[in-house]
Design a protein around this ligand. Structure first.
Ligand code: PMP
Length: 436
């Protein structure tokens, strides 16, 4: 009998004992192919990556940890230098956290401190979207919109205004082009800012490509350009959360590169150290850094383990692999194979309403009726059945029932480790097809 308080206590959890490349093995010797990168896009390099293991061993042997408020360290400096060298324009500084939730919370706290430092303390309101996930703490839950998780805590959470997500499958009207839909949806931000009072709005937070809540949902072309213009027009800071979709997952280093925008803050976690160590990061533009450092002098947030030397050493090794010649080309090519195979297997499936995503982050949205897009009744527990069936067949995938912008639906997210070979993609999509 386990005394662990598991997050989903009723789910049967096999005991994982070994990872190797694309595979995980349980205590009974059963092998699972990893279609979910260690869970939620974390293990982007697969399992038991020797260069990362060696980097961690070396760092632990030299100096595992010292509080980064007292000493900086070589891995901490090197990681910051790697991340800022090829960051979106203007993001010249990076602050380290332990997780994605903390990275988003740090961006929000820095945004607030920025406006206090520059003498504009009325700006404190945050706008999010009715789709995203931004973390498990009160800040993340209130900015995000994972209904089931945020509801019990709404009364004690900061209040946040939400606009529609960019969710083409259900949002685009008949006769509207994707570009027109993108502009119409983005314009909701302007209406929200005007409604709340531009002088009171501090930041807009969005996932560039949504991950957990609504399946992988990429924006339509032009959407984020319009969002950036609106933020600039009203002096609102743009926080892009790439905890799920960043660092190579979509085929470019940063997902927002493909949308042609640079945010004021960019958050990472998961793939930054590929699951070998917990670490997150908040990238910040120079204007915000200067206002805080030139004002009161210190950022008022931060965590004991911010800039943990061993976590940074693991992340340096991971980030060097992601940037090795040919790596992102491999991700793009494998992402194309994944999209093509999903289309081959599911485009005619009577219960697959939408196949969408970007790079190695894809989703199937399941519906009872393709014509009306009506979802299956929640009581059927379809997602959970698919999850279990896939697991029994030796495939780890993510099937989840959730509410996106008021629509209940079943989504299957497929995001294997970025090292996946073409034959791994064939195995994953074939097992998924059997499970569905
Ligand atoms: N933002 C996004 C987009 C995420 O997907 C997640 C985790 N699923 C988080 C923030 C929170 O990250 P963590 O669980 O590391 O706190």
């Amino acid at each position: 009998m386990s005394s662990v308080f598991h997050r989903i206590p009723k789910r049967h959890l096999p005991v994982a004992v070994k990872g190797d490349g694309m595979y995980i093995f349980d205590r009974d010797g059963k092998r699972y192919i990893d279609g979910y990168a260690g869970g939620a896009c974390v293990s982007c390099l697969g399992h038991s990556q020797q260069e990362v293991i060696d980097a961690i061993r070396h760092q632990v042997g030299e100096m595992a940890f010292f509080h980064a408020g007292m000493f900086t360290s070589e891995p901490l400096e090197e990681l910051a230098s790697i991340l800022t060298t090829d960051a979106p324009e203007g993001l010249t500084r990076v602050f380290f956290t332990n997780s994605g939730s903390e990275a988003v919370e740090t961006a929000i706290m820095m945004a607030r401190q920025y406006f206090v430092e520059v003498g504009d303390p009325r700006r404190k309101k945050v706008i999010g979207r009715r789709s995203s996930y931004h973390g498990a703490g009160l800040t993340g839950l209130s900015v995000g919109y994972q209904v089931a998780r945020r509801t019990p805590f709404e009364d004690i959470s900061p209040s946040v205004f939400h606009i529609s997500p960019c969710y083409e499958y259900r949002g685009r009207l008949e006769g509207e082009t994707p570009e027109q839909y993108g502009l119409r949806t983005a314009n909701e931000l302007e209406q929200a800012i005007l409604g709340l009072g531009p002088e009171s709005v501090m930041a807009f937070v969005a996932e560039t490509v949504t991950g957990t809540t609504s399946g992988a949902t990429p924006p339509v072309p032009g959407y984020f350009k319009r969002i950036r213009d609106i933020c600039d027009k009203y002096g609102v800071l743009l926080i892009l959360d790439e905890v799920f979709c960043g660092l190579g997952r979509t085929g470019t280093l940063h997902a927002c590169e493909q949308d042609g925008v640079a945010p004021d803050f960019l958050t990472f976690a998961k793939g930054i150290a590929a699951g070998y160590q917990p670490i997150g990061a908040t990238m910040v533009n120079q204007k915000i850094y200067d206002a805080i450092v030139g004002g009161s002098g210190t950022f008022k947030g931060g965590y004991t383990y911010s800039g943990h030397a061993t976590a940074c050493a693991a992340a340096v090794a991971v980030q060097k692999i992601l940037r090795a010649p040919g790596f992102l080309d491999h991700v793009k090519a494998t992402g194309n194979v994944l999209a093509a195979q999903l289309k081959d297997r599911f485009a005619q499936h009577p219960h697959v309403g939408d196949i969408r995503g970007r790079g190695m982050l894809m989703t199937l949205e399941l519906v009872e009726n393709r014509e009306t897009k009506a979802p299956f009744p929640a009581a059927l527990g379809l997602s959970s059945k698919i999850y279990q069936s896939a697991q029994a067949k030796g495939l780890i995938t993510h099937a989840q029932s959730g509410t996106v912008d008021g629509h209940v639906g079943d989504h299957v997210v497929i995001c294997p480790p970025l090292i996946a070979a073409q034959e791994n993609i064939e195995t994953i999509t074939s097992l998924l097809s059997e499970a569905i």
